[in-house]
Design a protein around this ligand. Structure first.
Ligand code: PA5
Length: 468
């Protein structure tokens, strides 16, 4: 087990650094501690009562065994394609980007498993191009269709298309051979299909919503197939569990993270920007956006009162977005909390070439390491943000490894649970996503939604008067 850690650094949100107007004073921190400590205890009690099931995922050894077995069963494939969307895709993407080399799919020397693709959309151009590339490689391809419900239009359409392609190209028996389903254990459309067709299958655990499911078979299978050490991933999550379960506010990084975010939401900073200074961590920021947005964006509190609450999560990438967003971040409205992701040891490095004679001004770069440049850019940007009175948290990774990624995932899931309690909302539902899904069913001609299709007409039919 690794000793490497993920830690939260919060000095740069304090009044000591930012002054009283934008910083949090010791007194305010003590007030937050008083509010959050009972919440942490309540969450621990709910968890013990089996009400917060994602918290137990790091300990599901039976799932790990099933996932490893399924991964071994496809170890001769050359392409592994995940079909899914939202919580059934973003965790997979985040794990692949963070733990596989940048050139993984293109360079066989840089990968331990098959090429990995996660198709989290139904864009006809993108999908058309992909299907045309994969169509003569189907005999060496395995598809993992992931859907808790099985009725999500995007995933269902991908599944239907792939099944037909497999049947046409390789014969009726091929579907069973080339498809693994990950779905609800007992109910839902994909469960019915998997049982009927006799597909190999894994379970989306009962009581675990999509955006909290990355440490279940949902995210673990593609990771294991790619050769990522899933034991270490879960060990990292378990290690973070011991930290985020602590009742003492000042010992608990999830408690402080949630409290700082909640404090700023209530003090005119309702936008939360996550800015990784590491390409590997970039898609974890996408995963975080869904976790934060779907969990905390709610119209009603737990008593049914309308509150329309929720911080807006934004993703930016260091250093790329310094040249795109930082002008706004420093001189625009002071309405954001920044969370920078720092990597101490990148594990690989590039030495910058020497400067030409005509450009001695580039000499400061010559022979330096790119890791030093990127980390200097992070510190420089943080300094500049603080100079403008903008609060900054940092999540520091000793290194990017399965162990630290497991820690980060668990830290943010636990943070979200605490933040949900602070906002007084149901963290685990997503009622507002339903209407859009149903409208799609209606527009695609699903008879059960004919009435809704009529209601949509006034906005779906273009009024030429307003078309210029
Ligand atoms: O987090 C969630 O619950 C959602 O993003 C779902 O994962 C997403 O809508 C896909 O749903 P399903 O897994 O049922 O296809």
């Amino acid at each position: 087990m690794s000793n490497n850690q993920v830690k939260l650094y919060y000095k740069n949100v304090t009044s000591q650094v930012l002054g009283q107007e934008h910083g949090i004073t010791d007194k305010q921190f003590d007030g937050l501690a008083k509010k959050v400590e009972p919440i942490v205890e309540r969450i621990e009690a709910q968890r013990k009562a089996g009400e917060i099931k994602y918290r137990d995922l790091p300990y599901k050894t039976d799932t790990v065994e099933q996932v490893k077995k399924a991964a071994q069963s496809v170890d001769d494939c050359e392409n592994f394609v995940v079909l899914g969307i939202g919580g059934s895709a973003l965790g997979n993407i985040a794990l692949q980007t963070s733990l596989n080399p940048y050139m993984y799919n293109l360079d066989s020397a840089q990968r331990k498993g098959p090429r990995i693709f996660v198709m989290d959309n139904v864009d006809p151009v993108q999908m058309g191009s992909f299907f045309s590339w994969i169509s003569d490689k189907l005999d060496k391809t395995v598809f993992n269709v992931i859907s808790k419900s099985g009725r999500t239009a995007e995933t269902a359409s991908q599944f239907l298309t792939v099944s037909e392609m497999l049947k046409k190209r390789l014969g009726a028996g091929a579907v069973k051979e080339h498809l693994i389903a990950t779905t609800d254990a007992n109910s839902g459309t994909l469960r019915a299909i998997a049982d009927d067709m006799g597909l190999r299958n894994l379970e989306v655990p009962d009581g675990v919503g999509g955006r909290f499911s990355v440490l279940s078979a949902v995210g673990l299978l593609s990771a294991a197939v790619a050769g990522i050490d899933i034991d270490e991933l879960l060990a990292g999550a378990a290690q973070m569990d011991s930290k985020v379960s602590q009742a003492s506010f000042y010992q608990n990084p999830a408690a402080i993270n949630a409290a700082v975010n909640w404090h700023y939401y209530n003090n005119a900073k309702r936008i939360s920007v996550m800015m990784p200074y590491s390409y590997a961590l970039k898609d974890l920021a996408d995963w975080y956006r869904q976790l934060w947005a779907e969990s905390l964006g709610k119209a009603k509190d737990l008593t049914g009162r309308e509150i329309f609450v929720g911080p807006t999560p934004v993703k930016a990438l260091g250093a790329t977005d310094q040249h795109s967003q930082v002008q706004l971040y420093r001189e625009g409205p002071n309405d954001k909390l920044f969370t920078l992701l720092e990597v101490k040891e990148f594990g690989a490095d590039v030495t910058i070439g020497s400067e030409p004679e005509v450009a001695p001004e580039l000499g400061y770069l010559a022979g330096a390491k790119m890791s030093k440049l990127l980390n200097s850019e992070r510190i420089g940007t943080e300094y500049a943000l603080l100079k403008s009175g903008r609060p900054c948290l940092t999540v520091a990774f000793d290194e990017v490894s399965p162990y630290t990624i497991g820690q980060f995932i668990y830290l943010y899931e636990a943070t979200t649970s605490i933040a949900g309690e602070l906002f007084g909302i149901n963290t685990y539902d997503q009622p507002a996503v339903e209407l859009g899904k149903e409208a799609t069913f209606a527009l695609m001609g699903n008879e059960d939604y004919a009435e809704l299709a009529e209601k949509i007409k006034p906005i779906s039919e273009i009024d030429d008067k307003y078309l210029i």
